[in-house]
Design a protein around this ligand. Structure first.
Ligand SMILES: *Cc1c(COP(=O)(O)O)cnc(C)c1O
Length: 383
């Protein structure tokens, strides 16, 4: 395609700025929970760039894609027939929306979360004038169920269970939380932003992992990100709700488009990311995701072994493809690694660095990284 000089200059300018970014392609991004979108996601995204799923009257075809995508996710999570779902911009919006529903259904204002909850819950408390009641973690970095039980009272609007924590990829004892919530008739939200595209496939690989989804009768909502382990393009998450009637609580009649009632927080929403997500799940299917998860877990095991070999310790044995490495001065190490072109994340609360073995991280790259980590740690007396 021929493009004019002005466009060329603008694109060149953008390229210059993009060159400052780290890239997934380099393999050197070791701390992010996002990854390079699948090639078919990129194609589909561009084809649907102008579509708006906030206006299904104009884009009925894209609306069908949205429904098919939600159906895939709901099947993955064994949703009951009464289910419904809503496309989200990500895990944050998924959590906000779930707590919005819980607040309206219960007319109560306390949410019980663990210390490992994603920081979006602090936004929720502030945005919706709700109170967080925080439960400590056990030595395995999952919620302490006995302490959780004690926090439940007449003001409890919802309980959070984490299916793959942001910090360490740990999974709460969800069947036990489920039982508590069933007995007390309390709304149970499962935050599977990261784990939703991992756990179903780990189970198929015979990892010994508890149930986390609608197989458990007390689970009310599940939030998942497709732009993390789903390998789709940002922004794409889904909130699956057990009972479609609940979405009425958060719907309203738009006064500017011709469509029927609109559900959720946002108005105009990208159909591009939805088409990209649907293309990706269709292309990969359960087998494709199974292979990806297996590969990520193999790389996790390899990384764990190599890290322990150089004399560093993990915070906890990895459940999924997330590793926390204990350090005395993580901040310093992270800065020095960054200067050498390697990016890992800082979990301040746990004095550790987080490495996430996403699909773009290859075994060879890990083997390149380990000596750099070792040398850096030796330089500052960590080793
Ligand atoms: C990433 C993550 C979120 C937030 O998702 P965004 O897509 O960044 O909004 C919420 N909860 C957990 C457990 C996460 O890992």
């Amino acid at each position: 395609m021929n493009i004019d000089k002005k466009s060329q200059n603008i694109l060149k300018h953008l390229d210059e700025l993009k060159n400052k970014d780290f890239s997934f392609q380099s393999g050197h991004i070791l701390g992010s929970m996002c990854t390079q979108p699948h090639f078919i996601a990129k194609k589909a995204y561009i084809n649907f760039l102008e579509t708006n799923i906030g206006d299904p009257d104009l884009f009925p075809g894209t609306k069908l894609i949205e429904e098919k995508f939600i159906k895939f996710i709901s099947n993955l999570f064994h949703a009951p027939k009464t289910f419904s779902g809503q496309i989200m911009s990500g895990g944050t919006e998924g959590n906000i929306t779930a707590m919005w529903i819980a607040k309206l259904l219960s007319q109560k204002k306390e949410i019980i979360v663990s210390e490992g909850a994603h920081f979006s819950f602090r936004k929720i408390a502030s945005l919706m004038d709700m109170k967080l009641k925080t439960v400590p973690l056990t030595k395995d970095f999952i919620v302490d169920i006995k302490k959780l039980k004690k926090k439940i009272n007449k003001d409890t609007a919802a309980v959070l269970a984490i299916a793959g924590s942001t910090e360490l990829g740990t999974i709460d004892p969800i069947p036990e939380i489920n039982e508590l919530c069933c007995n007390e008739h309390i709304f149970l939200h499962v935050d599977a932003a990261f784990g939703g595209f991992v756990i179903p496939f780990l189970k198929k690989l015979d990892h010994n992992i508890c149930d986390f989804d609608f197989k458990l009768k007390g689970v009310s909502t599940i939030s998942v990100d497709a732009h993390k382990m789903g390998c789709a393009a940002i922004p794409l998450g889904t909130l699956v709700v057990k009972n479609k009637k609940w979405l009425d609580e958060i719907s309203g009649q738009p006064n500017c488009t011709s469509s029927n009632r609109q559900v959720g927080i946002l108005g105009t929403r990208s159909g591009g990311s939805v088409a990209a997500g649907y293309a990706t799940v269709n292309y990969l299917g359960h087998n494709g995701y199974g292979r990806i998860v297996k590969n990520c877990m193999d790389n996790t095991e390899h990384t764990k072994k190599r890290i322990e070999e150089i004399g560093l310790n993990l915070v906890v044995k990895p459940t999924m493809n997330v590793i926390g490495v204990k350090l005395k001065k993580p901040e310093k190490i992270i800065k020095m690694l960054s200067n050498q072109g390697w990016r890992v994340n800082h979990i301040q609360r746990l004095s550790c660095i987080r490495i996430v073995l996403m699909p773009h991280v290859k075994k060879d790259t890990i083997d390149e990284f380990i000596p750099v980590l070792e040398k850096t740690c030796k330089k500052v007396g960590e080793l």
